[in-house]
Write a protein that binds this ligand. Structure first.
Ligand code: COA
Ligand code: AMP
Length: 640
């Protein structure tokens, strides 16, 4: 390992990179794979045969924690900072070196082994954005266990669904989360989830936080510090490159979340390319993804990407505004000399709303910052121009999904800075062959809108399947257009090959850069005895991009007052799905607009709620339901 060197690029232009990686994918990715430390070399770079899509690095064996932690210590970088933890909500700043990480992951890994967790077992992680969450993930990887992190904003029922699907042996949890001034005890949420779930876990290890301790006196509740103190050191366990590193649940078009599976080898190889090719961040420099470990961005760029690259990662527990103010991002960028900064457009909009002139950026030396990267939702041009002007740095809108694990399109600043076109997510990254198809599967011309698809094989890192649901994977992504992966997004490619991602083609809603299923919320509304039928659509929101709005038809003879029902439904969604759904709006209507075949015209509902003229299909049943909605929103606009 001591001879490990940062990757050296031989491409001077994007065009060269594109040509070479498309014509020689095995050489291209195989070469990048040499940056990692392998216990056994792969038999094939990419090959058919295991599952629905070709797999990467079959036959290879490696360990993700070793590649992110141990090899850096062995190469003499043990004292280098691996994590800067900045938690304004607890008024804490803390640094962990690679040696600290090695020690903590080896001990937690040992503790888990003591409780019977081994290779291939699942471990659920329910923790706030903290070094302990990263330690939990890496410790699982260390012992070959498969982690599944659940975002703290999900409620007990959503946790229970994930517990039943992933069937974890063990849960690693914090005693509480902290949201601004609110302390959120996690133990009651977990206990409720355990009651709801059919699957029984063996034990929960609680990382105790002084703000709210968990009661660990029950037999199967354990204390993190005690467990680590008593644990034996666990060595890194090599796994197959095609073995799952983690399962991450995301919303689909049904209420049942999809367990996106990430394999180990291809993922690390892909991230390795991005750290320099896309994010232009070298070993020893600081990378900051202001996201949460509960999301895919957090997996790839709070934990695995930067650490594997021997970059320091910043873990931020707070909000872009209010913790303590809208200058916190600029303060952290200056404090840790952040070179590459990644966040969601909604976070920038939040700052812009509070500090429109960007006055709080003044006085912070951000000269080390090279670029800002935005993802999670489309970056609206006004947000792009605002942040570009404020920081005077390139702002890269890049497009990706939980399934892909890394960017499908972006601006490869580590190779060549392409012109920034507002509204576009730049160009396909190596390995991604993107085009837009019409309904019949025929490629549309430049600037014409179509369904955005990626030609198979997908590059390394992209999900090879869904956990326990291979057929669902095939149906959701591969069946619509043969030979292509269906992204679920629609948009166009311009004459220069720049990709514009405009909208979802399904009923997935994007709230503050997070995906939510309208069906999951509809299921909660429909369960109320007063509701005859309902529809949930994502309506425009100046801060969060979209928020879900419910439209309900009351059962005939229902005595409940519409306002009271709305209040109950909001509370139901919060309890059943979680506060992260940001579900606050319910409209009672006498009927929902439908086609003659009974399909609810969600698109028309959304258009009307957003003040757009509805594009009414010829198949509409009758217009009266639409007219009612038009009237309702006209009145609301007048009242506003
Ligand atoms: N644990 C528990 N509750 C959580 C939570 C967590 N980890 N995260 C969010 N919540 C709760 C919030 O407290 C809030 O509850 P409330 O209804 O009681 O106020 C609710 O879920 C919605 O949270 P959020 O969407 O974060 O809204 P907000 O109004 O608190 O903050 C933003 C708005 C824009 C500042 C915030 O959404 C944000 O920072 N977004 C950036 C997202 C991001 O980084 N995405 C990365 C993807 S690339
Ligand atoms: P998630 O899996 O939660 O990360 O959500 C992925 C979805 O978010 C994508 O399918 C898009 O709909 C949307 N998305 C993410 N990044 C972008 C972007 N840069 N531009 C447009 N949409 C985006």
């Amino acid at each position: 390992m001591s001879d490990w060197e940062p990757m050296i690029f031989e491409f001077d232009t994007y065009a060269e990179l594109r040509r070479f990686s498309a014509e020689n994918p095995e050489q291209f990715w195989g070469n990048i794979a040499e940056n990692l430390d392998w216990d056994a070399k792969w038999d094939s770079v990419v090959a058919d045969g295991e599952g629905p899509i070709p797999r990467w690095f079959s036959g290879g064996r490696l360990n993700a924690c070793y590649n992110c932690v141990d090899r850096h210590v062995l190469a003499g970088f043990g004292d280098q900072t691996a994590i800067y933890y900045e938690s304004p909500v607890t008024r804490t700043s803390r640094e962990l070196s690679f040696r600290d990480l090695q020690d903590a992951t080896a001990r937690l890994g040992g503790a888990m082994q003591k409780h019977g967790v081994g290779k291939g077992n699942r471990v659920l992680i329910y923790m706030p954005n903290s070094p302990e969450a990263a330690i939990a993930m890496l410790a699982c990887a260390r012992i070959g266990a498969i982690h599944s992190v659940v975002f703290g904003g999900f409620a007990a029922k959503e946790l229970a669904v994930r517990i039943d699907d992933a069937t974890p042996k063990l849960v690693l949890a914090a005693s509480c989360g902290i949201e601004g001034a609110k302390i959120l005890p996690y133990q009651p949420i977990l206990e409720e989830a355990y009651d709801l779930a059919d699957h029984e876990i063996d034990a929960t290890i609680y990382w105790q936080r002084e703000q709210q301790l968990a009661d660990v006196t029950a037999r199967d509740d354990l204390d993190w510090h005690e467990e680590l103190a008593a644990a034996e050191w666990a060595d890194c366990v090599p796994v197959a490159a095609t073995d799952p590193l983690y399962i991450l649940y995301t919303s689909g078009t049904t209420g049942q979340p999809k367990g996106v599976v990430r394999d180990t080898g291809g993922y690390l190889v892909a991230l390795s390319w991005t750290m320099e090719g896309l994010y232009n961040c070298r070993p020893g420099e600081t990378y900051w993804a202001a996201s949460d470990v509960g999301w895919v961005v957090g997996h790839s760029y709070i934990v695995y990407g930067p650490l594997m690259n021997r970059s320091a990662t910043v873990i931020f527990e707070g909000k872009p505004v209010g913790t303590p103010d809208a200058g916190i991002f600029w303060e952290i960028i200056a404090k840790y000399a952040v070179r590459s900064f990644f966040t969601a457009p909604t976070a920038i909009r939040a700052i812009k709303q509070v500090d429109p002139e960007g006055a709080l950026a003044a006085g912070h030396d951000m000269s080390q910052l090279r670029a800002v990267y935005l993802a999670g939702e489309r970056t609206d041009p006004s947000t792009l121009f605002w942040i570009e002007k404020l920081l005077d740095k390139p702002v890269v809108d890049h497009w990706w999904q939980t399934e892909t694990g890394w960017a499908i399109c972006g601006n490869p600043l580590g190779i060549e800075e392409l012109p920034i076109k507002a509204g576009s997510t730049s160009v396909p990254m190596p390995g991604w062959q993107i085009c837009c198809l019409d309904e019949e599967g025929v490629p549309v011309g430049p600037n014409e809108t179509g369904s955005i698809v990626a030609k198979l094989p997908l590059p390394p890192g992209a999900a090879p399947t869904l956990w326990n649901a291979e057929q669902r994977y095939v149906e959701a992504y591969l069946e619509r257009y043969e030979g292509y992966y269906l992204s679920g997004d629609a948009g166009f490619v311009d004459e220069d090959g720049f990709v514009f991602v405009m909208t979802r083609i399904d009923d997935v809603i994007n709230v503050a850069g997070h995906r939510l299923s309208s069906s999951a919320i509809e299921e909660v509304l429909a369960a109320n005895p007063a509701v005859a039928e309902c529809a949930v659509v994502g309506v425009h929101d100046a801060l969060k991009g979209q928020i879900p709005a419910g439209f309900v038809v009351l059962k005939a003879g229902s005595a409940i007052d519409a306002a009271e029902l709305a209040e109950r439904l909001v509370a139901d969604v919060r309890r059943e799905i979680g506060p992260v759904a940001s579900f606050k709006r319910v409209h009672a209507v006498s009927r929902l607009p439908k086609t003659r075949s009974g399909k609810i015209l969600r698109r028309n509902i959304r258009q009307i709620a957003d003040g757009e003229a509805p594009t009414v299909p010829a198949t509409i049943e009758d217009r009266s339901a639409l007219d009612e909605l038009l009237y309702l929103f006209e009145q609301k606009a007048k009242d506003a």
